[in-house]
Ligand binder design. Structure first.
Ligand code: NAP
Length: 273
C-alpha cells in the first residue's frame, strides 16, 4: 500500500486527507493519506527516515513549506523560484520538491472568472507564503499592472526582490483604496476574514462594477470580503477551489492522474467539520 501524508505543526484538522482519500477510492488505488504532526525541530529527522515504501509522498502545510524545501536538494524550477514546497514525491529514488499552490489558485480563478481579460490593476493584498505563489502564478499567466499591499511594506518589497517581479507597491491604506477605484481584480492572500480573525477592512464600493474579488480564506467559505463583493454586484471567487486544485495537481504528481474537481468533492469537504 502507498502511504501519503500532510505534515504541519500543529496539524489541526486538515482537509487534505478527505480530499485525497476520496480520489484514492474513486480511482481504486491501494493507497492511504493521513495527517502527521511534525515539530519544526524534527523536520530533518522525518525527511531522512523516508523511503518510497514508508511514504509515497507528502504535502506540507504551515509552518514547514520553507524548512522542507531547504532539506530537499532535488527541486522543480518553480519551487526553486518560490523557495517553498507544498508537495514531495519520489523521482529516480530521490525526494523531489514541487509547488502546486499557484497552479491551484490560478486554475480556480480561471474556472470561476474571466480574469485573464482584465486589463486594469490586479491588487494582491498580503506578502506571506501564499502571496508569493499567487504573485508568481499571476505573473506567469500574463497579468499586467500588478500591485501589492501588505501591512508590513518591507515584506512586500522583499517578496518582489526575491521573485524579481516588477510590481507596484501600495504603501498605505489610502493608496490601496485609491488603486481599488480602477482595479479589475482584488485578491486577499492574508488570513484576515478567517474564523477567529478580524475582517479585512476595505471599502469595495469604489471598485468598478466589472471587478472580480478573490479570497483564499475558505473557513468560512463566504468571508466578510466576499459578502461585501456580492452586495456590490462584483464577481466573487472563494478559497476552497484553490485548496482542491492544488491537491489535484499533487495527486497527479504522485499517481499520474489529474482528478476532476467537482461539486461532489466541494460538498464533501464543506460537510467535513
Ligand atoms: P503567512 O506566510 O503567515 O502570511 C500571512 C499574511 O497575512 C502576511 O501578509 C501578513 O502581513 C498578513 N496578516 C496576518 N494578520 C494580519 C493582520 N491582522 N492585518 C493585516 N495583515 C495581516 O501565511 P500564508 O501561508 O501566506 O497563509 C495566509 C492565509 O492563506 C491563511 O489563512 C491560509 O490558511 C490561507 N491559505 C489558503 C490556501 C488555499 O488553498 N485556499 C492556500 C494557502 C494558504 P504581515 O507581513 O504584515 O505580517
Amino acid at each position: 500500500m502507498q502511504q501519503l501524508y500532510v505534515i504541519g505543526w500543529p496539524i489541526g484538522h486538515s482537509k487534505s486527507p478527505i480530499i485525497h482519500n476520496h480520489w484514492i477510492k474513486k480511482y481504486g488505488l491501494d493507497a492511504n493519506y493521513a495527517q502527521k504532526a511534525i515539530a519544526p525541530q524534527d523536520i530533518a529527522k522525518f525527511i531522512s527516515g523516508l523511503t518510497p515504501q514508508n511514504c509515497w509522498g507528502f504535502n506540507i502545510t504551515i509552518p514547514h513549506k520553507q524548512a522542507v524545501f531547504a532539506n530537499i536538494n532535488n527541486r522543480q524550477n518553480l519551487a526553486k523560484i518560490l523557495g517553498a514546497t507544498n508537495t514531495i514525491s519520489w523521482q529516480d529514488n530521490q525526494l523531489y520538491a514541487s509547488n502546486t499552490d499557484g497552479y491551484g489558485f490560478n486554475t480556480n480563478l480561471s474556472e470561476l472568472s474571466d480574469w485573464s481579460a482584465v486589463d486594469q490593476p490586479v491588487i494582491i493584498y498580503g506578502a506571506g507564503g501564499a502571496a508569493r505563489a499567487i504573485l508568481q502564478s499571476m505573473q506567469d499567466a500574463g497579468a499586467k499592472h500588478l500591485y501589492i499591499y501588505n501591512r508590513t511594506t518591507a515584506r512586500a518589497e522583499k517578496l518582489l526582490a526575491d521573485l524579481k517581479i516588477e510590481a507596484n507597491i501600495l504603501n498605505n491604506k489610502a493608496e490601496l483604496q485609491a488603486c481599488l477605484a480602477t482595479a479589475g481584480l482584488f485578491i486577499n492572500t492574508t488570513s484576515l476574514g478567517m474564523n477567529g480573525e478580524t475582517e479585512l477592512d476595505i471599502d469595495l464600493s469604489a471598485m468598478p462594477k466589472t471587478g472580480i474579488v478573490s479570497d483564499i480564506v475558505y473557513t468560512p467559505l463566504q468571508t466578510g470580503l466576499l459578502k461585501q463583493a456580492e452586495l456590490q454586484g462584483l464577481v466573487s471567487v472563494d478559497g476552497l477551489g484553490m485548496l482542491l486544485h492544488q491537491a489535484a495537481k499533487a495527486f497527479e504528481i504522485w499517481f499520474g492522474i489529474l482528478p476532476k474537481v467537482d461539486q461532489q468533492l466541494r460538498d464533501l469537504v464543506l460537510n467535513d467539520s
